[in-house]
Write a protein that binds this ligand. Sequence first.
Ligand code: NI
Ligand code: MN
Length: 231
Amino acid sequence: MKITYLGHAAFKLVSPQGLVIYIDPFLKNNPKTPAAMKEVDKADLILVTHGHGDHLGDTLEIAQKTNAPVVAMAELAGYLTRKGLKNTVRMNMGGSYSTKGIRVTMVNALHSSSVTEGDQVIYTGSSVGFVVRFENGFTVYHAGDTAAFSDMKIIGDLYAPHLALLPIGSHFTMDPKEAAYACKLIQPKYVVPMHYGTWPLLTGTTEEFARYLKDQPGIKLIIMNPGTTIE
Ligand code: NI
Ligand code: MN
């Protein structure tokens, strides 16, 4: 399977059978997304962790164009339905959705979620993370925006993700020290840092993260530049 980092918290995952999954597709206005990757022609599934613009991003446009189902927290899915989307999967934490051999589980995150339109702040439920188990058993945990929290141990125990995608930028999420602590709870084989460096406010660095991970030699740190793909 292939995983492409599109910058910030946006990832494209292609399953062994060729299903294309986007997570938090903030592309058009994402300063880190390579120009050639801002347009999406094919998507089979879109997962959105919360309503903030740097995660909801181009979801509406991509879903309308591709007719890919959008998996989101019930209130956020309701918001997208009111915006005209027909194909949403309304979920809540602890729930799983299976399609074509892939299982998506919605897990908790310690963060807020809303959409702002003009002077209106629209409630879009809780912010979440996703665990995606592919048809070959490979399991990816996208933590969304979150602080470190002890229930990450439960996510590790229950779903045993091989790969964790964790925010390290600080200010709105965990910083590198907290993300390294999160790794102790989750125990993934591989970790890819995200949600750093997009704007000056997000000060966490991959160098710091590597330093804090030194006492966990069993976890392989993979630093992905936006636009790169790992298999
Ligand atoms: Ni956020
Ligand atoms: Mn964010």
